[in-house]
Write a protein that binds this ligand. Structure first.
Ligand SMILES: Nc1ncnc2c1ncn2[C@@H]1O[C@H](COP(=O)(O)OP(=O)(O)OP(=O)(O)O)[C@@H](O)[C@H]1O
Ligand SMILES: [Mg+2]
Length: 1107
């Protein structure tokens, strides 16, 4: 984040001097002037070295904005103009970076601005420390604990409208990173007398007014309260309202804060119930009652309030009523009850109210602590902030002021010890040249108050515990005796005659010269307040409450835990807690904020010099400046100093071998720091000017940054190198793998190539060898062949020679044999049968024939007449036999075939044979008739009753009975007629009636004519002059022409022994009565039917169209 570079040093644009150390000349006057000058210019903060002076401006200043926070964040203390943020930042960073617990002591008078300062410190820390949900919650809780505690512990006083009426010390705990983890609050002595009585112009604690004005009606009813402030005795009337303070709004803020801190609603209500109870207690009033046994008795005036209290707290009314009327004293098993008179009853009531309230307050602090305590057990760094009531000088100063001022006295002591005394002692101890500076040491006053044997507190305790009549007067007497000689104790009655005539010192008072001035204390009430007595009857009554919170506030009321020992007195309690606080502070690094009040009027712009001068004096600020100027701003033991700055010098970095002191010397001389700026003590280095320290810090910061850069550089280098090495290793590995792979591939490729080449070469070689071998073989073969041929030739030659020789020899032998044979035969003929040769020949022939026939038997073809197979002939000389045998076999099987036929079939075949002889190769119609069986009587004349008459008319056997088309001679048209052929006649009958139309004896039929075509047209020529021939020759067409012609031929032949003439010609003549008409066949008829198309062209020509 960019910082707003406003200034680079507190010296820039300085009003007066920002650091009193720089004041020239230094005197009280110049000191006050400087403060005033700065105050007038709204510069309320001024340094004395590291101590911050804060002058209350009594008006809001624009110097606490978030921008300011950013401006001061992480800046050196002296870099910018003085500010509470600069101190807070320094403290926070020291805590975070140097691991040293810190505390901030905020001191000053009432109304000087301590509480405001503490809040500013906390808000700054909250703004700059870590972030995150958890951290933010812790921060919120720590910050919100303030409004709650302020409501219950602050009140308007004449000096301050929001005066803290308790001391507060808060430890904020951080982790090593500087994130807040939680906190612990300690509270010191609440001014509880304020609960029952307030001085003029002052108020009770804020919470009462806030509750009455801020609570809802409903809540008020619940708490049995009325909004009217004037109804409550404990609330003073004269200043119920404070200017600029909105009680109602503050009530809401407090409720909200309670919620954030972690109070559940029911708990918050319980707390308000206790507050209401306190208010109502104040309204209980007593009146004197009858005297019994000579003792005064009191009585509650109006029991209504009591009743309501009992309802609120859940206490039985009679129990509480009795507790207000009696006091029981227990001693050595004896119980004595005495009645209370009116004054005692009021005392008891107020004591109860005070106790109830102060115990509630302590409970509240504990409860807050429980909420904000750190949740982890890790080591914590602690920052303490002490905001304790300031030094008080009132008109009437009582026990409370005494205690408060004692506490301030102790704080002053610790301041003196740490800043003045200790510092000067240290110089001497460390052998540093030093001129002593006088300052007032308040140890003597502390001793006057706290000394265990004759201190005022010890006297008071002694008085309280002493048997016999004890009063404030006896206590004063005792003081007068014991402290009379003390320089800082003043009393009229003391033996010391100094004050005998001092009219400003009343008899009932004593005066102490505090470091901050003289304070006159009224002795009245000291004993009571120190005793802090609450009658046991009351605490027991409270313990009986059913409201859990109230009950828990009075544990001593439990009869089972009765403790007869006196509780520690208020004074001794406070002393102890102050001692613990001091011890706690001494363990930490102190930082101071000294608050100064510029006027008594709570007004802005008014700077009362006398008032400020007084504060400057008693705060010892001038001495503070002197010591600061004379001394050294900073010191540190050599070892940590060397450790911190050793990187600034080559000799000491990174390791210094010798003693730490000489290391620091070497370091400072190398850095050329002027010698007057530092001194070497025995164990520490002392640096005079803070600027030198800041210079060192700046150098260190720069150097640390450089070193960080260097480390970063080396680390980056290392990281990159490691990365590089890894990459290289990986690259090598990948390369190796790749090479291996590539080589493998290459090798495989080479290998396969080698193999291919090898195989080619081998192949080539093999082929070459093969070729050679083949050549060789061929040569060998050729040789062999040639040799063979040669040998063959030779052999043949030899053979032929041998053959020739042999033939010659054979011929000779044959001739010889023949000659010998004929010679032998001639000689032996007489010994052999003359036909032996013939017989042998016959035998051989017989054998051959035998074999031939036996073989033939096995090879015989089938008996089908159409089977053409026949075995081959074995011997040439059997040729004619073989053929003959084939012919005979064929005839035989034909006969065999014929023998199967019946007479009928024979007749049919004879007819078919006749037809074949008549028409084969002559008439085109013939082939189609071969497959048709000749049936003869197609018409069933005998069976059909229609033809009964016709049947009866015919006595002969009917050979043909068929329907034919008779062609009309005149016009060539056709009519159906039954055509009948009997043994002797040819008959034509009507197809329908069966009446015979014509009868022609077969002897009158001379010729049948037909074409050579594929048609069924035919003419039957009749004998000239016969009866039948009167009309002329007949022309017919029939589907069974071939059958009819054949049968007619055969019948004529068998009856007349004459062959019927059948003329086959495409042009023939017919006789119609006296005309000779030429019948001519023309091809190209469309009609495919059996009936030919006949046309009578003229007297001479009849054309028949045939297909
Ligand atoms: N820095 C500041 N800026 C503006 N006003 C301030 C500042 N400091 C204090 N005041 C004013 O002064 C008043 C009193 O301050 P504060 O309550 O802090 O005094 P104190 O020192 O705590 O007094 P006491 O000892 O009574 O508690 C505040 O209510 C506020 O009005
Ligand atoms: Mg305060």
């Amino acid at each position: 984040m960019a910082k707003t570079e406003v200034k680079t040093s507190l010296l820039d644009n300085m009003i007066g001097v920002g650091d009193m150390v720089l004041l020239e000349p230094l005197s009280e006057e110049t000191f006050i002037d400087n403060l005033k000058k700065r105050f007038d210019h709204s510069e309320i903060y001024t340094y004395i070295g590291s101590v911050l002076i804060s002058v209350n401006p009594y008006r809001p200043l624009p110097i606490y904005s978030p921008e300011k926070v950013e401006e001061y964040r992480n800046r050196n203390f002296y870099e910018l103009s003085p500010h509470i943020y600069a101190l807070s930042d320094e403290v926070y960073r020291s805590l975070r970076d140097q691991d040293k617990d810190q505390c901030i002591l905020i001191t000053g008078e009432s109304g000087a601005g301590k509480t405001e300062a503490s809040k500013l410190v906390m808000s700054y820390i909250a703004a700059v420390c870590g972030k995150g949900a958890e951290v933010n919650q812790v921060k919120e809780q720590l910050l919100q604990s303030n409004p709650v505690l302020e409501a219950f512990g602050n009140a308007k006083t004449v000096r301050n409208d929001n005066s803290s009426r308790f001391g507060k010390y808060m430890d904020i705990e951080f982790n090593f990173k500087g994130d807040p983890l939680g906190g612990v609050i300690s509270n010191y002595l609440l001014e509880k007398s304020r609960v029952v009585k307030q001085p003029r112009g002052e108020r009770n604690f804020h919470v009462f007014y806030q509750l009455l004005s801020g609570a809802s009606e409903e809540l008020l009813n619940k708490l049995k309260l009325k909004r009217d402030v004037s109804r409550y005795n404990y609330l003073s009337l004269d200043s119920a309202k404070v200017n600029g303070m909105d009680d109602a709004a503050n009530f809401r803020t407090v409720r909200n804060a309670m919620q954030i801190v972690g109070f559940p609603d029911h708990e918050a209500e319980s707390i308000l119930e206790v507050v209401a109870t306190v208010l109502k207690l104040g309204n209980i009033e007593f009146k004197p009652d009858s005297r019994v046994n000579g003792l005064d008795e009191s009585k509650i005036k109006d029991k209504n309030e009591l009743k309501e209290i009992c309802e609120l707290t859940g206490i039985d009314q009679p129990v509480l009523e009795r507790a207000f009327s009696f006091r029981t004293v227990e001693a050595k098993q004896e119980k004595v009850s005495t009645t209370l008179n009116v004054a005692q009853a009021y005392y008891a009531r107020d004591a109860l109210a005070k106790n109830l309230y102060s115990r509630l307050f302590s409970w509240l602090v504990n409860r807050i602590n429980e909420s904000i305590k750190a949740q982890t057990k890790v080591r914590k760094k602690v920052m303490g902030v002490l905001d304790i009531y300031g030094f008080e000088i009132f008109e009437d100063n009582s026990f409370e002021q005494f205690i408060i001022n004692y506490c301030n006295e102790k704080l002053q002591q610790i301041f003196i010890e740490l800043t003045l005394k200790e510092e000067q002692e240290e110089y001497i101890q460390e052998d540093i040249e030093w001129t002593h500076i006088n300052y007032f040491n308040n140890t003597i006053i502390c001793d006057l108050i706290e000394n265990n044997t004759n201190g005022i507190l010890a006297m008071l305790d002694e008085e309280c515990l002493r048997p016999g009549i004890v009063s404030d007067e006896t206590f004063l007497e005792k003081l007068n005796q014991v402290c009379a000689t003390h320089q800082h104790f003043e009393s009229r009655m003391s033996k010391c005659s100094r004050f005998l005539n001092d009219t400003s010192l009343p008899h009932s008072c004593f005066r102490i010269q505090h470091y901050a001035g003289k304070v006159l204390y009224q002795v009245e009430g000291f004993v009571d307040k120190n005793n802090d007595l609450l009658y046991r009857d009351l605490s027991q009554a409270m313990w009986k409450a059913s409201q859990a919170l109230i009950k828990s506030l009075f544990p001593e009321g439990n009869p089972a835990k009765i403790n007869l020992k006196r509780p520690p007195t208020a004074g001794s309690q406070f002393k102890a807690s102050v001692a613990t606080l001091m011890k706690n502070l001494q363990d930490k690094n102190p930082n101071y904020i000294r608050c100064i009040k510029p006027n008594d009027k709570k007004a802005a712009h008014i700077f009362n010099e006398t008032l400020v001068c007084h504060q400057v004096r008693y705060l010892g600020l001038l001495e503070n400046v002197r010591v600061r100027r004379a001394g050294y701003a900073f010191r540190q033991v050599y070892e940590p100093c060397l450790e911190r700055y050793k990187m600034l010098c080559k000799q000491t970095w990174p390791h210094w071998k010798g003693p730490a002191r000489s290391g620091v010397e070497a370091l400072f001389s190398e850095l050329e720091i002027p010698v007057e700026e530092y001194s070497f003590g025995k164990s520490k280095i002392f640096i005079r000017n803070p600027r030198t320290l800041f210079k060192l810090e700046d150098l260190r910061k720069q150097r640390v940054e450089d070193l960080a850069t260097l480390i970063q550089k080396i680390y980056r280098g290392w990281k990159c190198r490691t990365h590089f090495l890894l990459m290289r290793k990986s690259q090598i590995m990948i390369a190796a793998w790749y090479r291996r792979y590539a080589q493998q591939k290459w090798y495989q490729k080479t290998k396969s190539s080698a193999l291919v080449i090898q195989s080619y070469i081998r192949g080539w070689k093999a082929r070459q060898i093969l070729r050679e071998l083949k050549h060789q073989k061929r040569c060998e073969e050729a040789v062999t062949t040639i040799a063979a041929y040669w040998h063959g030739t030779q052999a043949r030659r030899e053979l032929s020679r041998l053959k020739e020789e042999a033939r010659k020899k054979h011929a000779i032998a044959v001739i010889w044999a023949y000659w010998l044979g004929s010679k032998v035969r001639r000689e032996y003929r007489k010994f052999f049968r003359s036909y032996a040769g013939k017989k042998i020949y016959e035998f051989i022939i017989q054998r051959i024939m035998q074999n031939y026939f036996l073989e033939m038997k096995n090879k015989m073809p089938s008996v089908s007449p159409i089977d053409k197979n026949w075995p081959s002939r074995p011997y040439l000389f059997l040729d004619s036999t073989h053929k003959e045998l084939k012919r005979i076999f064929h005839l035989w099987r034909c006969k065999k075939y014929r023998d199967q036929f019946t007479d009928q079939q024979k007749l049919i075949y004879e007819e078919k044979l006749e037809a074949s002889e008549l028409f084969k190769d002559k008439k085109a119609l013939y082939p189609s008739s071969v497959g048709q069986p000749f049936q003869g009587p197609y018409l069933e004349i005998n069976e059909n009753p229609k033809y009964k008459k016709l049947k009866d008319a015919i006595e002969e056997k009917i050979i043909i009975a068929e329907v034919v088309n008779k062609i009309n001679r005149a016009n060539g048209k056709s009519t159906s007629r039954i055509f009948l052929l009997t043994n002797n006649n040819l008959l034509l009958a009507d197809q329908k009636s069966g009446q015979i139309k014509s009868e022609v004896p077969l002897v009158d039929v001379t010729k049948v004519s037909m074409s050579s075509q594929n048609d069924g047209f035919f003419a039957i020529h009749l004998k000239e002059g016969s009866e039948a021939a009167s009309k002329g020759d007949f022309l017919f067409s029939s589907d069974h022409l071939i059958e009819m012609a054949t049968k007619l031929y055969r019948t004529t032949l068998s009856q007349t022994n004459q062959k019927l003439n059948i003329e086959i010609s495409d042009e023939f003549l017919v006789q119609f009565r006296k005309d000779k008409v030429c019948v001519k066949f023309i091809q190209g008829s469309q009609n495919n039917g059996s009936v030919p198309m006949c046309k009578r062209k003229n007297n001479r020509l009849l054309e028949v169209a045939v297909p």
